[in-house]
Design a protein around this ligand. Structure first.
Ligand code: HEC
Length: 100
């Protein structure tokens, strides 16, 4: 019973995080800086892919909600789950949208 309610809480928090993120209009420049600090080791300095896949046109394959889950979920090792706030998540999304 306790496990169930904890799961429910987390699930609820998760949706709240997604909604808050999607309400923001992030900055691609800030997102670029974040990407350089956290993601280039695996996705490459220009996001063309290394250990992780090329992320150009990712926003045509995944919607924002799916991308948020990818970044925060830790569901596809070796990619870690990132502790990120909605403002920075929104900045990252804006950056990913700026990649053709
Ligand atoms: C330790 C390496 C690593 C780091 C660091 C990393 N990733 Fe990944 N990423 C991966 C791997 C590997 C995959 C492919 C996972 C799979 O098998 O689906 C992936 C997949 C993704 C995908 C989905 C790609 C697709 O084609 O479906 C997105 C979006 C993504 N990463 C974004 C990011 C962002 C943004 C960051 C920085 C906040 C980041 N990643 C940091 C390794 C990494």
């Amino acid at each position: 019973m306790i496990c169930f309610s904890l799961f429910f809480l987390n699930h609820h928090e998760n949706n709240k995080f997604i909604i808050e993120t999607l309400e923001l209009n992030g900055s691609a420049k800030e997102g670029d800086a974040l990407f350089k600090m956290n993601c280039v080791g695996c996705h490459g300095i220009t996001a063309r892919g290394l250990v992780g896949p090329d992320l150009h046109s990712i926003t045509q394959r995944l919607n924002d909600k799916e991308i948020i889950k990818q970044v925060t979920g830790g569901l596809t090792p070796p990619m870690p789950s990132f502790e990120i706030d909605p403002v920075n998540m929104s900045n990252l999304l804006k950056y990913l949208h700026s990649l053709e």
